[in-house]
Design a protein around this ligand. Structure first.
Ligand SMILES: C[S@@+](CC[C@H](N)C(=O)[O-])C[C@H]1O[C@@H](n2cnc3c(N)ncnc32)[C@H](O)[C@@H]1O
Length: 271
């Protein structure tokens, strides 16, 4: 009899990377840094306000909500939210956090299948999540098909597509990441990850390579996403900005740094 060996699934690797007690703020520039965080929060409030004014309601699917840092704001703005999470410990935190809030439904989604369902939505929110999804273009295409006329798609905090970035942008980004790892006393891990990235060798059993799927590979193709959204929405805005983990380097990069990261807001879904 032949033994079939199979590695961990993406869901299991995501769970290892976002296990019990995981601190979402620690390595997340969009939570750590006031300027980026405020931009995300005001974007969410504007989105829910605009969609509710137009559609009379705002049913949001927030994919990969982590511990619900931004779900709070969606709910405060008046949305009804379904949050999904691949990691069981994170889904448990979300369930506990929103246990008395009938406006939030929590779905533990170990296979990443919730995006493929058919129920209509008024808005989709993906915060620092597309780069975790191997086929993010397929997932977004399907999600766009579910958004009702007048609705919106919002995604933020994904790495820009590497082949379009300048050498300076790539070197500053990698240098800033290594300095931050050094400050964490974790330079060896940072260097090992960078070396695999540069060689293009990926370990399919290592969550560092598989959970941060497109950070480790080529980044996320912002232009392909924009092209996918444009025919479906009246307005599509692409914002490129600098983001890094270290506080000091974020302040410097806000002023002088090249863009490393992007967000997309697509408004007013065509009928
Ligand atoms: C970088 S964290 C961001 C969490 C949260 N959005 C935030 O900004 O605080 C990415 C999260 O997405 C989850 N995730 C990755 N792929 C997913 C998928 N296909 N469906 C649902 N959750 C996913 C991971 O488990 C992880 O908790």
């Amino acid at each position: 009899m032949t033994e079939i060996l199979s590695g961990p699934t993406i869901g299991e690797l995501q769970e290892r990377a976002h296990d019990e007690g995981h601190d979402y703020a620690k390595g997340s520039p969009h939570i750590r840094h006031h300027r980026i965080r405020e931009r995300v929060i005001s974007g969410l409030h504007a989105l829910v306000g605009e969609v509710t004014d137009r559609n009379g309601q705002c049913r949001v699917l927030e994919v990969g909500a982590g511990h619900g840092t931004f779900t709070d704001h969606l709910v405060a703005a008046g949305a009804r939210v379904e949050v999904t999470e691949m990691s069981a410990p994170s889904a448990a935190v979300l369930r506990h956090r929103f246990r008395n809030n009938p406006r939030v439904t929590v779905t533990h989604d170990p296979e990443g299948e919730a995006v493929l369902r058919a129920e209509p939505l008024d808005a989709v929110v993906c915060i620092s999540v597309l780069h975790h999804i191997p086929d993010y273009l397929g997932a977004v295409e399907h999600l766009v098909g579910r958004i009702a006329a007048g609705g919106a798609f919002f995604s933020v905090q994904d790495p820009l597509w590497y082949p379009r970035r300048s050498g300076v942008s790539m070197r500053l980004d990698r240098g800033a990441y290594l300095l931050w790892r050094l400050g964490q006393g974790n330079l060896r891990r940072g260097l090992a990850t960078q070396a695999r990235r540069l060689r293009g060798h990926y370990d399919e059993t290592n969550e560092a390579d598989m959970a941060e799927y497109h950070v480790v590979r080529q980044g996320v193709d912002e232009v392909a996403l924009q092209g996918l959204l444009r025919p479906a929405f009246h307005q599509v805005e692409l914002q490129r900005y600098w983001s890094t983990q270290s506080d000091v380097l974020q302040s410097l990069g806000d002023r002088f740094g090249p863009a490393t990261t992007f967000g997309l807001l697509a408004r007013n879904r065509r009928a």
